[in-house]
Ligand binder design. Structure first.
Ligand code: FES
Ligand code: FES
Length: 164
């Protein structure tokens, strides 16, 4: 089988797997990185949202063979490592995760890693653009929550933005 090399949560990994296997299965089944959740497998629900080279993406829609050796994938497990120690909160987590905990956002929790990864990517994007999050930005998030925690998600994103 072909070898696939890329970086995940700061570590270079090489796996033996066919090119057309979707990255979500490589993360979950081969690398035991289970933060990105399987919801639909067809790039709709966004439960698997992670980052590639700092931008949000959905690994259920990306064949592992499309990754280059220097591509950096970050999952929720690697999120705290994206900020310096001094920016981590009382739980040692990324500021967005701390905002999530303080606002008790999660209900069943299934969608929440993807929600947080989408939120962080959005805040980083608006910061690069030199502006703050707008209601339109929040409306554009497409991560589905079957428990309907959207009001708390929006509050936590704004809170997390202030902390980042
Ligand atoms: S599982 Fe990836 S978008 Fe639904
Ligand atoms: S908290 Fe249950 S799906 Fe979002």
């Amino acid at each position: 089988m072909p070898e696939q090399t890329f970086i995940v949560n700061g570590a270079r990994v090489t796996v033996d797997v066919e090119d057309d296997v979707r990255l979500l299965w490589v993360l979950r089944d081969i690398l035991a990185i289970n933060g990105p959740k399987y919801g639909c497998g067809i790039n709709v629900c966004k439960a698997c949202t992670s980052h590639i080279n700092g931008k949000a993406f959905n690994p259920c829609a990306v064949p592992v063979g499309a990754l280059k050796a220097d591509d950096e994938v970050t999952t929720i497990e690697g999120l705290p490592g994206q900020v310096p120690d001094r920016q981590r909160g009382e739980h040692g987590l990324h500021p967005m995760q701390e905002a999530w905990l303080d606002r008790d956002v999660a209900q069943c929790g299934y969608c929440q890693p993807g929600q947080i990864m989408a939120a962080v990517a959005l805040v980083n994007k608006v910061k690069r653009e030199g502006r703050s999050i707008t209601d339109a930005d929040l409306d554009a998030i497409r991560n589905i929550c079957r428990c309907g925690t959207y009001t708390r998600i929006r509050e936590a994103i704004r809170d997390g933005e202030q902390r980042m």
